[in-house]
Design a protein around this ligand. Structure first.
Ligand SMILES: [Zn+2]
Ligand SMILES: [Zn+2]
Length: 372
């Protein structure tokens, strides 16, 4: 194959199309595997990449400076309120009287010290689902579940509280320089490996990191699938009368989390690409990532929290304010559940008996033994 250039000690070069980190161009960008450098003929920049088997390069992004520059103007005076029961922190309009914590319903809320400036969001996903449709969203969820106790359908949601959740989103052009080992074997039982060195670029767009660390509600994480492409530039009107949860995961921590998510995508892409190009079975590549043109946004997304009474218990519900997706505590009908399990057991038993019978037949006729 023409793209395999012998480099050294059995390592071959895989040529891939990577954007120049400096000007974004692709035409004529070459990779020199010996110096591990990208050359761009268009802008003349040479970019040294970290060696694939080197320790991760600490790329300091000056988020602190970015945070300093970022706007802390929410458009209205906001008051930070903290709940002494669950620890949740939310921002309210200053004139809005706050009686209860939006997360847990406790009334022991106090104004928190406002020594820290809280960055204002750059974007917001407005509520698409009106408050009076929350009950219907919840019913839709119950209808999709099995073994729901009949009385649960009669329960009305209470304390339906709209709330904005905090997210960070990141854009990054991430380049990985890698060495991938591909395994080959033939029908005679011979095995061998080939090594390929290359670079891979992936444009991450709006990688989303939840900006709250508080585990005050069991169902928020289950309804967090927002369409971030539909976000709008932030405007204070969206927050009129609706509290916004304060971010507790800072920008730097969020970026560390984002960086841990990227390798999964990159690894899969490298393996798929190498397999397509060179056949064989690709192992997990050794690689080191560099990140270019990193941009971030602080964004708010809408949710409803609610409760309902079931017997003596108060059960909790969360509803996505953009999509209407719901999740919550569901009382189930125990007897029905047990029957379902028994039925499942019978089916599994039937299947395994059938399998044993089939393999015994196969063994008798061909001598091939599948089970032992
Ligand atoms: Zn360039
Ligand atoms: Zn609370």
């Amino acid at each position: 194959m023409s793209e395999n250039v012998h480099v050294a000690d059995g390592i071959n070069l895989t040529s891939t199309e990577v954007h120049c980190p400096s000007c974004g161009g692709t035409i004529g960008v070459t990779f020199d595997p010996v110096s591990n450098t990208l050359h761009c003929p268009f802008c003349g920049t040479s970019t040294k990449l970290p060696e694939p088997d080197s320790a991760p390069v600490v790329q300091e992004l000056d988020f602190n400076a970015a945070v300093q520059r970022a706007s802390v103007n929410w458009g209205k005076i906001k008051k930070l309120v903290e709940c002494s029961n669950c620890g949740g922190q939310a921002l309210y309009d200053a004139e809005q009287v706050t009686g209860a914590c939006p997360f847990c319903g406790s009334t022991s809320v106090t104004s928190a010290a406002e020594n820290s400036q809280i960055m204002a969001p750059a974007a917001i996903i407005p509520f698409d689902v009106p408050r009076d449709q929350a009950q219907q969203c919840w019913m839709n969820y119950l209808n999709r579940r099995h073994c729901v106790a009949k009385k649960a359908y009669e329960c009305k949601l209470e304390n339906i509280t709209p709330l904005y959740l905090p997210f960070w989103t990141f854009d990054s052009y991430t380049i990985a320089s890698y060495i991938d080992e591909l395994h080959y074997s033939d029908f005679n039982g011979n095995h061998w490996s080939k090594y390929f060195k290359g670079v891979w670029g992936h444009n991450f767009d709006d990688l989303v990191i939840f900006a709250s660390d508080k585990i005050y509600h069991p169902f928020i994480s289950r309804v967090q699938t927002f369409d971030f492409e539909k976000s709008l530039p932030y405007s204070p009107e969206y927050l009129a009368g609706i509290p916004a949860e304060r971010y507790t995961v800072g920008l730097n921590d969020a970026w560390e989390r984002a960086k841990k998510l990227m390798p999964r995508t990159i690894e899969q892409e490298i393996r798929k690409y190498e397999k397509k190009l060179h056949g064989g079975y690709p192992l997990t590549p050794k690689y080191a990532c560099s990140h270019y043109n990193v941009k971030f946004r602080y964004l708010l997304a809408p949710i409803y929290l609610a409760t309902y009474k079931y017997g003596k218990n108060t059960l909790r519900v969360a509803i996505n304010g953009q999509t209407g997706e719901a999740c919550g505590d569901v009382p189930t009908y125990l007897l029905k559940m047990i029957l379902l399990f028994i039925l499942l057991g019978i089916v599994l038993l039937g299947l395994s008996v059938g399998l044993i019978y089939l393999s015994a037949q196969l063994n008798q006729r061909t001598g091939i033994n599948l089970l032992f």
